[in-house]
Ligand binder design. Structure first.
Ligand code: ZN
Length: 350
């Protein structure tokens, strides 16, 4: 297996930096890449962290896996990328100060664009396109907390595509108590997701940790993230072992209620607990002037729904929404569901 100039032989682990771009002043946000080449045939799994520079729970979990993964006996190949967005990570920022862009929105990238366009281009071509499955770790960053597996809405749930079938299994296999999908284009069109899917890659996204609860929830969420990476490898039969999960059921939410941030920024106080049922018109939270304590806005819920663990806990600067609620689409039972993804599913069709 080879990524850029990094090469690895079966049964070995290699580490190197993928050269991706250079800014006009010569800053090179080369991407750290760990390659584990298995000794038996199998899929290629890519696990990436910190494509948003402040969302680092996955990065730490990935490093824990790097320290333990044995390529001897492994079926298939594993690519582990702790930090995709170097420019953002180095400055503890979500995007990139080099050009103000969000790499996660730029795939398949542009070799002649600004630095982030070039990063997206090289990373997509060299790394993402090689993968059969992509596990993408996000979090709430500095000011929000999140805890669910996110995946794309299905075109026709009665007739799922190959990639949709893989996602259904991986969302449950990962081991969290809940998954969620947004209505199409809820946060605007996302051509990057389309590019990844068109390359035949099945993606699940983790929204895990972050916010003011970092210290309190950090260690637990890192453990959950790491457990999930091993579970995905088990689901793909890359390694053997039993699945481990929060609970037998995985509730899948249609995250159809997005409470957008008001026009003003402020200190957000959430009045509703995660998992709580809130009726339409009830108060979800209050936005305060952080210096005077005056109420700037009340955020009212728009539709009867359950609060998904996702939302602001502090200042709303940089946020698009302050809360996400959803209705239960289905409840999957890990005790009866077939969580294995075989070659007939993961193998990309010609
Ligand atoms: Zn993110």
């Amino acid at each position: 297996m080879r990524v850029g100039s990094i090469e690895v032989a079966p049964g070995e682990h290699a580490f190197g930096y993928l050269e991706v771009a250079a800014s006009r002043s010569g800053i090179r946000p080369s991407i750290p890449v760990h390659l584990f080449a298995g000794t038996e045939p199998g899929p290629t799994l890519l696990v990436q962290g910190a494509i948003h520079g402040t969302e680092i729970i996955g990065s730490i979990a990935i490093l824990n896996v790097v320290g333990q993964l044995n390529p001897v006996g492994l079926r298939g190949n594993v690519i582990l990328v702790p930090v995709v967005n170097r420019a953002g990570f180095d400055l503890a920022e979500r995007g990139s100060r080099l050009d103000g862009k969000d790499i996660s929105r730029l795939f398949p990238g542009n070799a002649r664009g600004s630095v982030s366009d070039q990063v997206a281009y090289a990373y997509f071509k060299e790394v993402i396109a090689q993968a059969d499955v992509l596990v993408d770790f996000h979090a709430g960053g500095r000011t929000a907390y999140e805890r669910y597996v996110l995946f794309s809405e299905e075109g026709d749930p009665a007739n799922p595509t190959r990639i949709e079938q893989i996602r259904r299994k991986l969302v449950v296999a990962f081991g969290l108590d809940r998954g969620a999908f947004f209505p199409a284009n809820a946060f605007g069109a996302n051509k990057a997701k389309e590019a990844i899917e068109n390359a035949g890659v099945a993606q699940i996204t983790l929204e895990l940790g972050g916010g003011t609860g970092w210290v309190k929830n950090g260690a637990e969420n890192i453990a959950v993230a790491e457990r999930g990476i091993w579970n995905v490898m088990k689901s793909l039969r890359m390694i053997d072992g039993d699945f481990e999960a929060d609970c037998p059921e995985c509730t899948i939410y249609h995250a159809g209620v997005i409470l957008w941030k008001p026009d003003v920024d402020g200190l957000f106080i959430r009045h509703r607990a995660f998992g709580e049922h809130v009726k339409a018109g009830e108060v979800y939270g209050t936005l305060l002037d952080p210096y005077t304590g005056d109420e700037l806005a009340q955020i009212l819920n728009t539709q009867d729904a359950i609060v998904i663990p996702s939302g602001q806990e502090w200042m709303t600067i940089g946020a698009t929404s302050v809360g996400i609620l959803g209705t239960v689409d289905r409840v999957e039972d890990r005790r009866t569901m077939d969580l294995y993804v075989g070659p007939e599913l993961w193998r990309k069709q010609p």
